[in-house]
Design a protein around this ligand. Structure first.
Ligand code: UD1
Ligand code: PEP
Length: 428
């Protein structure tokens, strides 16, 4: 069942709890390889990327005890079991690249031939990861497949990469935590999920300064221990549910402790006419004016731009685009991260929207159109399925989204959660 059938025009109202953040739980799971002691993760979401990662761990001989209902998972990698394992690195998930550092730290060598591509957003580079590994003393012996060796203990490094990469910062943290000496990373990514990984490493004994900033300093230690860590709620999911509630004319409350991370995100959706109420541990979408906030600078087009944290996240830009097709005015969306993240936007024309792709990074959506239900094709991009869904659910009548299953990578029980809130949506 890969198609989503959406009967739009019904209010989505009530209260929902978000799941754990995919982009936090994946590096946290990979970091469990840095110790032989058990690690317990709480608030673990039921998503397909985790299933792939756990299948790999099991094939390598790791011991996993997962309580799906409680969202709890305990994992232990005995040194010998993992060394002798015959698992293949998972494909179709970007997080495969997050296995390079901890597997090297554990086994001293690694062979891989996966391209570690997840969503089809353009080139998904592995160079920043390999640069970091080489800086810590790793040697690339061959390419395609890549054979990497880390003969002895990693040696501390000072790095200042071209840009703030989420997964490359996580690779840095996993190399530096066990390296000999003190390492620094300037131009570090600081997304909530990067912070969550660093906090978990700290709880395992790592000495990390600068969490949440663009400069990380890590004093390496000889061994890390087990811990119990909670995966943070997914701020992307929080914003997505709020958008769905608002565009359907519902009143939707999300219960979460992520409010501190949300001000800039909510402000971008407010530019599209969404209205919110902030409570103690809750955010409620209360309405949608459809009016786009006009800048005082009259010669400027209203715009929403996505870039590395603390900017508006690239993983929320599609959802904002999905809202905007129902607005009355014009607005520019600017993806400063990916060079191939907007090609799907022609699908919006099928709903009767008017969009203009200025270049691979910029899209102008012209509002005020009368929209109609449509059958659309989703690319292999999780958040674009949500964009098409948000467009569909605001329009009276039945729409179909083909190949919608990438949402299983990040939005657990999507249909069940929405059905409980009054949405008319099902898999087919
Ligand atoms: C498993 C995981 O955590 N995936 C997330 C991670 O992917 P990932 O870590 O792959 O994304 P990066 O932060 O490396 O950025 C992706 C690409 O954008 C380009 N780039 C990025 C930043 C920049 O300032 N300049 C620039 O050119 C580079 O081509 C880079 O390869 O971060 C992305 C950006 O938040 C998110 O969309 C992904 O969901
Ligand atoms: C782009 C995403 O994921 P990945 O990097 O895992 O493909 C995403 O979570 O939106």
């Amino acid at each position: 069942m890969t198609d989503l059938i959406v009967d739009g025009g019904h209010p989505v109202s009530g209260t929902v709890r978000p799941s754990g953040n995919k982009n936090a739980v994946l590096p946290m799971l990979c970091a469990t390889l840095l110790t032989d002691e058990p690690v317990t993760l709480e608030n673990v979401p039921e998503i397909s990327d985790i299933d792939k990662l756990l299948a790999y761990f099991e094939a390598m001989g790791s011991v996993i005890d997962r309580d799906l209902g409680a969202g709890r998972l305990t994992i232990r990698h005995d040194a010998d079991a993992f060394r002798a394992g015959k698992g293949e690195l998972p494909v179709g998930i970007r997080a495969a690249v997050l296995l390079l550092a901890p597997v090297l730290q554990r086994n001293g060598q690694l062979t891989f031939d996966t391209t570690a591509k997840g969503c089809a957003l353009g080139v998904r580079e592995i160079d920043p990861h390999l640069d970091i590994i080489e800086s810590f003393g790793g040697r690339i012996l061959s390419t395609l497949p890549y054979e990497i060796e880390l003969g002895s203990r990693a040696v501390a490094a000072d790095l200042w990469p071209d840009y703030a990469s989420v997964t490359a910062t996580e690779t840095f943290a996993m190399m530096a935590a066990l390296a000999k000496g003190t390492s620094t990373l300037t131009n570090a990514a600081s997304e909530p999920h990067v912070q969550a990984l660093c906090q978990m490493l700290q709880a395992m004994g790592a000495k990390i300064d600068g969490i949440g900033t663009s400069r990380l300093t890590i004093e390496g230690i000889e061994r890390l221990g087990g811990t119990i860590a909670r995966v943070p709620d997914d701020h992307h999911e929080v914003a997505t549910y709020l958008a769905i509630g608002a565009v359907t004319g519902g009143r939707l409350t999300v219960e979460t402790d992520m409010g501190g991370h949300m001000p800039l995100i909510l402000r971008q959706f407010e530019k599209l006419g969404l209205r919110f109420e902030i409570g103690e541990g809750t955010i409620t979408a209360t309405g949608w004016t459809r009016e786009i906030t006009e800048p005082y600078t009259r010669e400027m087009l209203p715009k929403i731009e996505a870039a590395p944290w603390p900017y508006f996240p690239a993983d929320l830009l599609p959802q904002a685009i999905g809202v905007s097709v129902g607005c009355k005015g014009d607005i520019l969306f600017w993806n400063k991260v990916y060079e191939g993240a907007l090609g799907w936007s022609a699908e919006l024309l099928k709903f009767g929207a008017r969009v203009h792709l200025s270049d691979p990074h910029r899209l102008i959506v012209c509002g005020g159109n009368s929209l109609r239900p449509a059958t659309v094709e989703a690319p292999y991009i999780i958040r674009v399925v949500l964009a098409l869904f948000i467009a569909a659910i605001q329009i009276d009548g039945r729409s179909t989204i083909h190949q919608a299953d990438p949402i299983r990578r990040a939005y657990p029980h999507f249909v069940e959660k929405l059905t409980a809130l009054g949405a008319k949506v099902r898999w087919q």
